[in-house]
Design a protein around this ligand. Structure first.
Ligand code: SF4
Length: 99
């Protein structure tokens, strides 16, 4: 069994493994209509990020019931609009189950 590396010892949470840490943050605030190339690049990096799932869960939790227009940036390879669609589908499904 290997000894933990210094990075592993200092690890605080999933954010330490975020692929976006090594790239300019503005890429994650580009949109399909405003900076499509940067947006596409951010999505590509997110898709291969080792912490994509906890990142997306964190975004959905933080945004909670925020409107579609109040979800900013790319998280977990999804735009704010796409996260709203995901949130709305989950909300509707829970309503259907409860009905
Ligand atoms: S999924 Fe994307 S935004 Fe989230 S930590 Fe990874 S690279 Fe960053």
């Amino acid at each position: 069994m290997r000894s933990p590396t210094p990075k592993q010892i200092q690890r605080k949470d999933w954010r330490d493994d975020a692929a976006c840490l090594d790239h300019p943050p503005e890429l994650w605030f580009a949109t399909r209509t405003n900076g499509h190339r940067d947006y596409a690049w951010a999505v590509r990096i997110c898709r291969h990020c080792p912490v994509r799932q906890p990142c997306l869960e964190d975004a959905l939790r933080l945004e909670a019931s925020a409107s579609r227009n109040n979800r900013f940036g790319t998280r977990g390879a999804l735009s704010g609009g796409a996260r709203w669609v995901l949130y709305d589908a989950a909300r509707r499904a829970s309503l259907d189950i409860a009905a």
